[in-house]
Design a protein. Sequence first.
Length: 194
Amino acid sequence: MTTPGGGTYTGSAQNVGGNANGDLVFAADVLRPSAISAFQGIFVLEDGAQREVIYRGDALPGTSPPRLYLGLVGSGAPAIDAEGDVAFAASLTDAAENAVERAIVVSRAGELGVLLKQGDAVPGVPGDVFSDFPEVRMDESGRIALYGFTTTGTGVFLASPPAPAVLAVPPLGLVTLTLAITASAAAIRTRLRG
């Protein structure tokens, strides 16, 4: 089967997510016409049509220094809301594939942007920064919940999306990130010792 961006799917869909409309978002390996190896892309099936969200090597707008999509990370599937917007935990790299960092990437109204990345400040916890994002979820209205590792522990964070009229990509713009639940590393160790 041919992909929207050109190329052929080389395997079955991986990490499939869906919404109440019956739309699906998934990762799949694709072999482009001039390539030797297949690489991962993220695709959406909606209303009987397919579209490509991102493919390995695609640039993430507004990143400085420039970052390219390397692939999904963590245990979760990409998430899709009722409008067809997509969120996923990704590994990003520089052009030489020397630097690799984790990020939450969002495609809203067809525009890609980085919501959060490694090194960003944790809201409500002075001096704490994000280090990894193993999972992201999105509800039908576009609100994003993510599980994140920080330098002092772990937490569940909620991100409210901007209204479509004020969307700015990137940065994703006017996103309110709220700490929902957090556990410091010391508290986790104390609970484990019982």
